[in-house]
Design a binder for this molecule. Structure first.
Ligand code: HEM
Length: 492
């Protein structure tokens, strides 16, 4: 599905007055005087609600179609690669964050650095720490299986901290993690287009934070303080390590060494720090979401789990743990990885795109400025034409008749066009190796009650602003063999 909404009040009204275009705006709820669509916008991710709108406002502005996303967000990417100007970002001091930066020279400069460091070949440099953290998670699952959610969270936070700064996260009480958690918790909902009235009526940002009801203003001030800590702590750490000559390779330490040897422009230095910090927030909750969906889907689909394990046993054997080099030889695991991200995309509505030029599409006028364009990933991954029987979890849909992976390589969960996930190769490597490693060592089973009956798990999810996580559930991680246990112990 694909939706546009005219977001900001004053502009909406002026669009009404000035729409001298012969083409109408795309359909949707009728904007109200003064507040436009503000009350219609969801305060959580709600991809389902947009699908309902699609049916209700029946239009030929095709809903639930990845083809429209391809046409608009990919082929017309030159026009559709901006982000909406959310006034709350300035108050939160998050304008530096790559994911929310406006389209322009600074964003392009940041993306070039990402491309150099995170493209498919460069992403391989991060394999060793990703593998090490995955093995640490296996060890935790072995020692303390009931707390699998905590281990997943530790894995998902410690990989970006290690790969970006060489910073070892020892516990959730680490002051950097506490600050990051809190700022992300507060920020995730404020960032939705309908998340705060300040995004609708920018003048509200001038209301002092002590004013009754100015919650968003107060949250934004808190986020500002927390963000400073999240930036300061790992950066001071890595700078000291480089000075002492004890730094391990990481995105920032590599840059600092290069700067010491050959110098660097201030703009590059700032961009490297911005990217490292963006990655820590962009990588952690998305990985938590993908991994917990995988655990859940394995627990409720034992037959699929057995097939995946049989492939690993056949190709990798049972005397070693899987490695990245095995990936090309494990088509079923590849299909499983694609199917998990299809079934449970961590950011179901993607991140909002905005236009830098007016456009026309399928007879509708889409004005630049305040129009928010959302690619409804959740709806696209449920499009019957692309994925027959879409509510069924079925890795085979990504295999051809000979059991090889088919051509449907595109993972919609990573978003669209020029703003597509900048870390998708690292994300893919992480998610894949976690799946292969856990399946090699454990049977993931439904938990049992005191009478030995299996406890059911509902297919429900919690929305955290732009993110969606599998809601809390219980399951068991049972080591598959003594050898598997030994391999985990030796790998640590
Ligand atoms: C399973 C894990 C992940 C998923 C599902 C995911 C998904 C996404 C999505 C949907 C977007 C927005 C794309 C758009 O605007 O159309 C995005 C942006 C981004 N992602 Fe990821 N991501 C994941 C992991 C990561 C990782 C591991 C990194 C870094 C190593 C990363 C870095 C970024 C950055 C920097 C952006 C902002 C790009 C921009 O605005 O130009 N992500 N991601």
């Amino acid at each position: 599905m694909f939706e546009t909404h005219r977001l900001i009040v004053w502009k909406v009204i002026s669009y009404w007055l000035k729409n001298s275009q012969s083409a109408p705006y795309p359909p949707g709820p009728k904007p109200k005087p003064l507040i436009g669509n503000a009350l219609d916008l969801p305060t959580s991710s709600s991809p389902e609600m947009y699908v309902e709108w699609g049916k209700k406002y029946q239009s030929d502005f095709v809903y639930a179609s990845a083809l429209d996303a391809d046409e608009i967000l990919d082929r017309r990417a030159r026009k559709y690669s901006d982000r909406p100007a959310l006034p709350i970002l300035k108050l939160m001091d998050w304008e530096w964050n790559l994911a929310s930066q406006r389209y322009g020279a600074s964003w392009r400069f940041h993306r070039t650095i990402c491309q150099q460091n995170f493209r498919a070949v460069a992403a391989r440099d991060y394999y060793p720490p990703i593998l090490e953290k995955t093995h640490e998670m296996l060890h935790r699952l072995l020692e303390d299986p009931d707390n699998f959610e905590e281990h997943n969270k530790m894995l998902s936070i410690s990989i970006p901290m290690m790969t970006m700064y060489g910073y070892e996260v020892k516990s959730f009480q680490d002051s950097c993690i506490v600050a990051a958690d809190e700022s992300l918790r507060l920020g995730a909902s404020l960032l939705l287009p309908g998340g705060t009235w300040i995004n609708v009526i920018p003048a509200l940002r001038y209301i002092p934070s002590w004013f009754p009801g100015a919650t968003a203003r107060r949250d934004a001030a808190k986020i500002r303080e927390l963000t400073k800590e999240v930036q300061r702590i790992p950066l001071e750490f890595v700078k000291k390590e480089v000075e002492n000559g004890t730094a391990i390779p990481s995105f920032v330490s590599n840059f600092l060494r290069k700067k010491r040897n050959a110098g660097a422009l201030q703009a590059e230095e700032e961009a490297v720090y911005n990217i490292a910090n963006t990655v820590c927030s962009a990588a952690s909750d998305t990985t938590i979401s993908a991994t917990s969906a995988f655990f859940y889907l394995m627990a409720v689909n034992p037959d699929i789990q057995r097939k995946a394990q049989a492939e690993i046993d056949r190709v990798v054997g049972t005397n070693r743990l899987p490695d990245f080099e095995d990936r090309a030889s494990l088509p079923y695991i590849e299909a499983l990885y694609r199917e998990v991200l299809r079934f449970a995309p961590p950011i179901p509505l993607g991140l909002p795109h905005a236009l830098t030029e007016d456009d026309y599409y399928k007879g509708y006028y889409i004005p630049k400025g305040d129009t928010v364009v959302l690619g409804n990933i959740w709806a696209m991954t449920r499009d019957e034409d692309l994925y027959p029987d879409p509510l069924k979890f079925k890795p085979e849909r990504f295999l051809d008749k000979d059991g090889n992976v088919n051509d449907d390589k595109r993972v919609l969960a990573y978003g669209f066009g020029r703003r597509v996930c900048a870390g998708k190769y690292i994300a893919s490597a992480t998610t894949w190796i976690v799946m292969a490693s856990v399946l090699a060592c454990f049977n993931i089973e439904k938990a049992k009650d005191e009478f030995g009956n299996e406890i059911g798990i509902k297919d429900d999810y919690d929305d955290f602003g732009i993110l969606r996580h599998k809601s809390k559930f219980r399951c068991s991680f049972v080591p598959r063999s003594l050898v598997a246990k030994q391999l985990i112990q030796e790998a640590k």
